[in-house]
Design a protein around this ligand. Sequence first.
Ligand code: GDP
Ligand code: IMO
Ligand code: MG
Length: 424
Amino acid sequence: MANTCVIGLQWGDEGKGKIIDILAKDYDIIARYQGGGNAGHTLIIGDEKFIFHLIPSGILHQDKKCVIGNGIVFDPKLFIEEIEGLAERNINVTGNLFVSDRAHVVFPYHKKLDLLQEKQKGNSMIGTTGRGIGPCYTDKISRDGIRVAELLDKERFKDKLKRTVEEKNRTFVKLYDDEPVSWEDIYEEYCGYADKIAPFVCDTVDLMARAIGDNKSILFEGAQGALLDVDFGTYPFTTSSNTTSGGVSSGIGVSPKQINNIIGITKAYTTRVGSGPFPTEVEGEDGEHIRKKGGEFGSTTGRPRRCGWFDAVAIQHSVRISGVDSLIVTKLDVLDDQDTIKICTGYKYNEKLYKTFPADIDVLNNCEPVYEEVPGWNEDTSGMRSAESLPEKAKDYIKRIENIVGVKVKMVSVGPERSQIISI
Ligand code: GDP
Ligand code: IMO
Ligand code: MG
């Protein structure tokens, strides 16, 4: 099986977790390469629900290896909670879960700073998940971060932590007029974590290189979505990592030549959680209807997701950046009771028609979407399992998406459960 990368094409929550779980059976290794505890990937297997933040969504396949790469901002507390949660459900991860010794560690001061920065932004707040993502990546880039390898070396960790916390406390006290944090408390807490995570930590660069040498197949699992990419998304209303396929190489340490196939996941409509531009957002009762039917509440924070129509301009942008080879359309069932469905094919702003995704936040905030309307199918698709059984109008909708975006749809998801998937 060719090495495959699966990414979200919108603002996250496209159903990546479900799709990774389905695809995982055909691969040897499932690897996360960016993001951190901000991700919330949901798997529904029968009556059971799993939400993964750090652990790759292939973990339920006990014969596979799962890797958390160097590009991840690693929250050991969350990681331990996840593995303990799995152990309670008789899922043992020891021996098939690996954490990069180069991943940067998320500390309580990152979460505190995340919240303080948001508060200070007031009306222009990003609406982050509060998981310390931005501040941890900031420390990485400014070369002030602490990596997993250092966390495991307790003496070195003590010195570095002490110095780092002193610096952070100057910021908390002098800049934010807030309480300092105690490096001793953090040291004690994190030494406990270090002991628990140590058996999972390894040189994942070597692990991946050996796997490639042995012709093992790899599934790279993206988190967030292309429109949250720090370079290509709706900056500054983005996350702090490269969520596009370009993030794979730097986030796991394999050559771009090793990525043979790129799959983009999109909902049949659009959602966004947090602030920032969303040209096709539908407010009021109609938006509420989609939110309820799609269960659109954040997997990480529980916040209601903003809902709107399929935005082909945005998807084309995401497809281009990542070189997407095929699409998987999720949550088609959520549109089952719509009489008509809208597809955005352009943005109008100041007499100008935009066919490509603009960098300027003002344009995105104030543009008027140009819509094409297609008829709905008014039929329950959630029990359908073959392309032939789909209503003609649902097939037309999928075809229209393919034609506008210029990429083939390979699968359609019609419900949260593992079995609710149709190959096209
Ligand atoms: P991710 O972050 O991309 O993995 O997506 P999330 O798990 O945050 O959000 C997707 C939500 O939609 C989860 O609650 C899934 O169980 C659910 N879901 C996934 N695919 C479908 C689908 O085809 N139909 C419906 N109704 N729900 C789905
Ligand atoms: P998955 O992997 C949806 C959003 C936050 C906020 C912005 C920045 O489940 O698709 P951050 O905490 O990253 O600094 O927040 O990004 N965000 C997500 N939205 N799904 C996610 O992950 C997200 N991860 C971050 O809501 O707007
Ligand atoms: Mg999610």
